[in-house]
Design a protein around this ligand. Structure first.
Ligand SMILES: O=C[C@H](O)COP(=O)(O)O
Length: 228
């Protein structure tokens, strides 16, 4: 992972799959190349292979199960996403919670497979406990702001500042902030407050011009990093 971290979670929006999902990935790859910044995309499991074969930016799954290989119908295992071409996965997103034991099992297998991991938490008090499982990054998102267009940066900046204080207790784990991020200013504030990057979904997945949106995010992120 390279700073600033711009993580776009496709979720299951109508632009998350098929030709539109692939075209969006190519657009985000273009922005990544033009601005020399890394943009990570978390895509539906069925799109991992199709997209990872077409773009050079990191493609993540949105979830993995920490279950063993065997009789677990419908599970998505770390081995599956690795084989599909994923670089990593989100874990424990507020829309897809994971039991702590399964998260620990998943993370251990992901590390063995060389997969990156972004563990989601909904409060700063969990940054250290989850950080001590040593994922690649922690993504903090107040669930009540997700999809609202009201950003954590503006509505709850203390969530970011408290999480930044906490992540400093866990060496080598990045902190990403998300929920309601919808403008370059939201990105600038988040990174100025100390996050290593942002997580975003609706502002990009529902945008008429996602290229313009993400370009503004990247430019503000780079400006914030320069001013740190
Ligand atoms: O993973 C992304 C978060 O759930 C934020 O979603 P949002 O940007 O639509 O608020």
């Amino acid at each position: 992972m390279k700073k600033p971290i711009i993580l776009v979670n496709y979720k299951t929006y109508e632009t998350s799959y098929g030709k539109r999902g692939l075209e969006l990935a190519k657009t985000l790859e273009r922005v990544s190349i033009d601005t020399s910044t890394e943009i990570i995309i978390a895509v539906p499991a069925t799109m991992i292979t199709r997209i990872s074969q077409e773009v050079s930016i990191p493609v993540y799954a949105q979830h993995v199960d920490g279950l063993p290989e065997g009789a677990h119908t419908g599970a998505v295992l770390p081995e599956h996403i690795k084989d599909a071409g994923a670089r990593g996965s989100l874990l424990n997103h507020s829309e897809r919670r994971v039991r702590l034991d399964e998260m620990d099992d998943a993370l251990k297998r992901m590390k063995k497979l060389g997969l990156e991991s972004v563990v989601c938490v909904d409060r700063y008090e969990l940054v250290v406990p989850m950080g001590l499982l040593y994922p690649t990054a922690i993504l903090i998102e107040p669930p009540e702001l997700i999809g609202s267009g009201v950003s954590v940066s503006k509505a709850k900046p203390e969530v970011i500042t408290n999480a930044v204080k906490e992540i400093r207790k866990v060496e080598g784990v990045y902190l990403i902030a998300g929920a309601g991020i919808s403008s370059g200013e939201d990105v600038f504030i988040s990174i100025k407050l100390g996050s290593d990057g942002i997580g975003v979904a609706s502002a990009v997945m529902k945008a008429k011009d996602p290229k313009k949106v993400v370009e503004s995010f990247v430019l503000e992120a780079l400006k914030a990093i320069d001013q740190k």
